[in-house]
Design a protein around this ligand. Structure first.
Ligand code: ADP
Ligand code: ASP
Ligand code: MG
Length: 409
């Protein structure tokens, strides 16, 4: 007998009929002779609505305000956990719901983006061994002060993987509204191909570069705790995508997938003095302000006297970043400061990059052919990211998908 964690996302529990569909999926797993722990998201749209209510009332400028944010936005998952438990019981499947604090699933106190510290599996294991299905509200926990916390948007994936690790489950099945992990977002590229397998490392890059099918931390957690994760469609029975170790992918293609993100903004400073210490003088204060700088490019201007520096920060932090940089004007003596929120980061990802050549060339040529200008480039061993104007996001993703022939198996 196996223990399976099943996680159902917002669309999958979007109305009562869909909750019934989820209950049927749970029952099927039980009928296979397995035990089941379920993690649910809020019904689709609910978390956004709750966030909007909070934003109407507060600029969220204090930790106290963020604690209240968590009290509000965590409620969506509480509703679905109760509804699904009710539904299962009505079908004759014994079940009980858990909020994060009832487990307890303990987190740090970073409200709005809390990290899981521990999960006490004892109560859930007792219920499971007595023949019940446990239905856990995803996305939430409790901090050391007894206050409800949430794990960041998309955090139910992380709840599910963490629960699978704590329960020593045999597998964690993430049910969503598409057939699995695709070569790129199937809502942008209609001939995107579902991947049967994807390496943890690739999934980690794809998620952190914008593919929201799994929350980045859930992939990190799966890697660290050796959790077997599968991504599946809750609306059909097709085979999903299995996360695997890199060596289990026999034939490595040139690239595996393409991700995009509109979450960054670009800041450019011109004519900074070309002397040692200027980058440190710029980036240290940004780090101190808690601003995460991602891509950076620096070029020396003609004559070598000065340099231009361009970098990206999360869009939500751009006003803060500008304030920090403006305070440095005397020190850096830059000539102009320019910020642009209308940018997109397009990334190609794949472990095959370690062994294939000419990949950057294919990428840059495909973009050039469509007249898409690249303003910043950054690379790692298994990814290349470029920053472009936001209006070209979809064109860039489609062109790259075609250039790398990702539609072909
Ligand atoms: P859930 O509510 O089930 O957690 P999400 O909306 O968070 O679902 O994530 C699923 C969505 O992720 C899909 O509907 C799809 O549009 C998007 N997505 C982005 N990139 C990919 C990709 N490479 N593969 C599959 N889905 C992707
Ligand atoms: N409901 C939360 C969100 O929308 C968590 C999740 O769905 O994973 O971000
Ligand atoms: Mg999600």
């Amino acid at each position: 007998m196996k223990l399976i964690v099943q996680k159902f996302g917002g669309t999958s529990v979007g109305n009562i009929e869909r909750i019934r569909n989820v209950a049927t999926k749970v029952k099927k797993e039980l009928d296979r002779g397995n035990k089941v722990a379920v993690v649910v998201s809020a019904m689709s749209g609910v978390t956004n609505q709750l966030v909007a209510y909070v934003n109407e009332l507060s600029p969220l400028s204090t930790p106290q305000a963020w604690a209240e944010y968590d009290q509000v936005v965590s409620s969506g998952e509480q509703v679905t956990s109760g509804l699904l438990a009710l539904c299962l019981n009505e079908m004759g499947v014994p079940a009980r719901s858990y909020s994060g604090w009832q487990i307890p699933l303990k987190t740090d106190a970073a409200h709005g983006k809390a990290r899981i510290e521990s999960i006490d599996a004892a109560s859930m294991l007792e219920e499971i061994s007595s023949g019940k299905v446990v239905v856990v509200a995803g996305f939430q926990g409790i901090d050391e002060n007894g206050r409800v916390s949430t794990l960041g948007r998309g955090g139910s994936d992380t709840s599910a993987v963490a629960l699978a690790a704590a329960l020593k489950a045999d597998r964690c099945d993430i049910y969503t509204d598409v057939d699995g992990v695709f070569t790129t977002d199937p809502r942008i590229v209609s001939n995107a191909r579902k991947l049967d397998k994807v390496a943890y490392e690739e999934m980690l890059e794809m998620a952190s570069l914008g593919a929201k099918v799994l929350q980045t931390r859930s992939v990190e957690m799966a890697m660290n705790h050796n959790v077997i994760v599968q991504v599946l469609n809750s609306f059909n029975d097709t085979k999903g995508t299995l996360l695997v170790k890199e060596e289990d992918i026999v034939e490595q293609k040139r690239i595996t997938g393409i991700a995009y993100s509109r979450d960054d903004a670009r800041i450019s400073l011109t004519e900074i003095a070309n002397i040692p210490g200027m980058s440190a003088a710029l980036f240290a204060p940004l780090a101190q302000a808690g601003i995460n700088v991602d891509m950076i490019v620096q070029n020396v201007t003609e004559g070598g006297k000065s340099t231009d520096i361009t970098f990206t920060v999360p869009k939500v932090d751009v006003d803060n970043a500008i304030a920090v940089v403006e305070k440095l004007r005397d020190k850096l003596q830059y000539k102009s400061l320019h910020a642009d929120k209308h940018v997109a980061k397009i990334s190609i990802v794949g472990v095959g990059m370690r062994s294939h050549t000419g990949i950057a060339q294919t990428m840059f040529e495909a973009l050039a052919e469509k007249n898409i200008n690249i303003s910043v480039i950054s690379t790692s061993e298994i990814k290349i990211s470029v920053l472009i104007a936001e209006e070209y996001t979809e064109l860039a993703v489609r062109s790259l998908h075609a250039a790398f022939e990702l539609e072909k198996a």
